[in-house]
Design a protein. Structure first.
Lengths: 115, 115
């Protein structure tokens, strides 16, 4: 069965500092990996995805994520955090083959950026 | 383009009552998903439709939950009778196809409180 782990319930960072939100995954085949962001009282919005190719993926609002196959990780990063980045972030995985096709989400990480 | 529409936005009911949620996906999207998001947890897939057929409903509590997408466009999720533990946000999402590299487009959700 596929699964996603987001080990931190909350990440705190000062505005202007770099941020990292961690995600590890488990699939039987090769993964498609996604990051979504959820602002209060809103649905999830797509940020970026890894399908194949370059391990560093760039997405919306200056976010990027690095795929590391040996560590089965897909950490979300941003060089300089903004207060407006404060939100819930969800990592999701889909199995390319040999497993479930349904998207599985992690439990989410609350990012708080302090002025 | 118009996004995924959901209604109602909020619903408060007493346990053992019935409730229904409505979703209209993005025009042309063949795949529709219903997710349950309990406070502090990531979204959990309840059911996935491809056009008007069910692809996966393995996590749908079929003794009380039902869903339909009769014409392959909009969809209704029903709970009958509701339990306290059904309090959650119900998210509808759609994608052009069921391809595993597809991102999902989410609605704003229906927040259900069961008293």
């Amino acid at each position: 069965a596929q699964s996603v782990a987001q080990p931190e319930d909350q990440v705190n960072v000062a505005e202007g500092n770099p941020l990292t939100v961690k995600c590890t995954y488990s699939v039987s085949g090769n993964p498609y990996l996604f990051w979504y962001v959820q602002y209060p009282n809103r649905g999830l919005q797509f940020l970026l995805k890894y399908i194949t190719g370059d391990n560093l993926v760039k997405g919306s609002y200056g976010f990027e994520a690095e795929f590391n196959k040996s560590q089965t990780s897909f950490h979300l990063k941003k060089p300089s955090a903004l207060v407006s980045d404060s939100a819930l972030y969800f990592c999701a995985v889909r199995d390319m083959g040999g497993g479930s096709y349904i998207p599985t989400f992690g439990r989410g990480t609350s990012l708080i950026v302090h002025p | 383009e118009a996004g995924v529409a959901q209604s109602p936005r909020y619903k408060i009911i007493e346990k053992r009552q019935s409730v229904a949620f409505w979703c209209n996906p993005i025009s042309g999207h063949a795949t529709l998903y219903w997710y349950q998001q309990i406070l502090g947890q990531g979204p959990k897939l309840l059911i996935q439709f491809q056009n008007n057929g069910v692809v996966d409903d393995s996590q749908l509590p079929k003794d009380r939950f039902s869903a339909e997408r009769l014409k392959g466009v909009d969809s209704t999720l029903k709970i009958q009778p509701a339990k306290l533990e059904d309090s959650a946000v119900y998210l509808c999402a759609s994608s052009p196809t069921r391809g595993t590299n597809e991102k999902l487009f989410f609605g704003s959700g229906t927040q259900l409180s069961v008293l």
